[in-house]
Write a protein that binds this ligand. Structure first.
Ligand code: GLN
Length: 533
């Protein structure tokens, strides 16, 4: 039977429950167990696909096409294998399913209530992952903070599951132990209160992970243990780390994995094999060179808006033994000449995915600069589409060329809505989503980079390259090097007379992990390094 580990959070949000869950997952995986990590989000949106990045940071996309919380990105980057639709569930999705059942008459006239119907649906979404012996451990992270009104049904579901499966499940509670400068002390009271709130809902945590700026001494650990009803060895310190990738090792040092295994009645004497991980960390922390890469986007002031891209650069930097300095550039600022001036001195330029008009012309200017100055360029999704428009305008001479997403009336729609998207009216979950195969032409840069002709990458878009222009682009030096064979969609473009100019319709960043940096990012960083020479 699978073991279930529930991760709850108290005191404040943003304590890093996702990183703790991913780190625990990594430690168990490094002991040879199969694990998966799931996130339950208490908001009413059916998925985060319709949320803008200001609300919720990046939207992460799984191979099977789920638009999910960015924590799933952390899970995959740490664990190295795919999550799925079942790994992210929101209150909206839970209610939608219960209401659909009610409309179908499945409840046979019963009054449909939060308990048991909503909680049953939550429990079922948790247990689904444990079916068919697919995993030894299922880590379920409960979004939000204990005590939130909207988290209550989730905590109740955890209480019931704990009661149903007793020794096969545990609760890890993450809290904050703040440092009060005036008193020059770490304070445990917020932790005590948040554990009390959890206990009021009938849930006793088994392990308490204390996020803190300073180390917890023995007296503090004893105090937390006493007030929160846990063993001292189950009070784990999670000190602020310089890199999220340090956290698995910090948790190992605190014996989080051992404590969890012991509580679940599993053997815990062996140590996890983290050689590969340590290797990655060593390269990450001992760079021999440095490159400066500009990341142009609409939301660059927002730390989490391009999470998977910034992390993919961390992985690719480590792989190249170099420190990638990302210079975040607001697309709108590139609309002036002074803005474009700021691109000088960059070793490479990446234009991020995006939607809509704001900043589009700035991206065009930035790409023109990269193309003409032979600066390595990497365009992702909207970044690739903008590169196509730039080429059409400035090389083919179609001054009015555009994407119909931005200018529906353009006479030269070099990027146009996909046939399959034309009649779509609902915005949620209806883009071209998830992994699709792509065939790469021989004798192209991308073929060399991937080292194989057939790849699979994840997508999230409604627009595509307009094939009516294909021949003209090809004759003028923009190659269509990757094609989705099923529908003849252009997935990769590259420039012939340029050292490194690649645009991809897909999102390679979703597949980059700490253990396996994505080849396109690795090659782009390498090109930026060469450009430096
Ligand atoms: N807005 C573009 C489209 O829908 C690109 C989307 C993206 O960059 N993810 O096709």
């Amino acid at each position: 039977m699978a073991n279930y580990i529930f991760v709850t959070g108290g005191v404040t949000s943003s304590l890093g429950k996702g990183i703790i869950s991913a780190s625990l997952g990594k430690l168990l995986q490094a002991r040879g167990y199969s694990i998966t990590i799931q996130k339950l989000d208490p908001y009413i949106n059916v998925d985060p696909g319709t949320l803008n990045p200001y609300e919720h940071g990046e939207c992460y996309v799984t191979g099977d096409g789920a638009e999910t919380d960015l924590d799933l990105g952390h899970y995959e980057r740490f664990i190295g294998h795919s999550t799925s639709q079942a790994n992210n569930v929101t209150t909206g999705a839970i209610y939608r399913s219960v209401i659909e059942k009610e409309r179908r008459g499945d409840y046979l006239g019963e009054t449909v209530q939060v308990i048991p119907h909503i909680t049953d649906e939550i429990k079922q979404r948790i247990k689904t992952l444990g079916q068919n012996h697919a995993y030894d451990y299922i880590i379920t992270e409960i979004g939000g903070t204990v005590g939130d009104i909207e988290s209550l049904p989730y905590i109740e579901a955890v209480r019931q599951l704990r009661w149903e499966m007793s020794q096969n499940s545990i609760v890890v509670h993450l809290t904050l132990v703040p440092y009060l400068g005036a008193a020059a002390e770490l304070k445990t009271k917020p932790t005590q209160h948040s554990v009390k709130t959890l206990q009021e809902s009938g849930v006793q945590p088994d392990v308490i992970v204390c996020r803190s700026e300073y180390s917890l001494n023995e007296a503090l650990r004893n105090k937390i243990a006493l007030f929160c009803n846990v063993e001292v060895s189950s009070v784990i310190e999670s000190i602020d780390a310089s890199s999220i990738y340090d956290v698995p090792l910090l948790m190992q040092k605190e014996h989080l994995d051992r404590v969890v295994l012991k509580k679940l009645g599993m053997p815990y004497e062996d140590e996890p094999d983290l050689e590969h991980w340590k290797d990655f960390l060593y390269r990450l922390k001992n760079p021999r060179r440095k490159v400066i890469i500009g990341l142009v986007g609409k939301y660059v002031e927002l730390k989490d808006a391009y999470k998977s891209i910034t992390e993919a650069f961390v992985h690719a930097g480590a792989e190249n033994e170099c420190k990638v300095h990302l210079r975040l550039l607001k697309a709108q600022d590139m609309e002036t000449e002074e803005g474009v001036e700021r691109l000088k001195g960059l070793d490479g330029l990446c234009v991020a995915p995006g939607f809509g008009e704001r900043g589009f012309e700035g991206k065009i200017n930035a790409i023109k600069y990269a193309r003409e100055s032979e600066t390595p360029f990497f365009g992702i999704c909207f970044g690739m589409q903008t590169a196509v428009v730039e080429f059409a305008r400035n090389v083919l001479g179609y001054n009015d060329a555009h994407s119909t997403e931005v200018e529906p009336k353009t006479i030269n729609p070099v990027i146009d809505i996909m046939e399959t998207q034309k009649n779509v009216t609902d915005k949620g979950g209806t883009m071209r989503l998830g992994a699709y195969p792509c065939h790469i032409e021989k004798n192209t840069l991308t073929h060399k980079i991937y080292g194989q002709p057939d790849i699979s990458e994840r997508h999230r878009h409604r627009y595509e390259f307009n094939n009516a222009y294909r021949e003209e682009f090809t004759t003028h030096g923009m190659k269509m090097s990757g094609i989705f064979p099923g529908q003849d969609l252009v997935e990769i473009i590259e420039l012939e007379n340029h050292p490194w100019f690649v645009g991809v319709q897909f999102h390679p960043e979703y597949r980059s992990t700490a253990d396996k940096a994505h080849p396109l990012f690795v090659a782009f960083v390498k090109a930026a390094l060469d450009n430096k020479k």
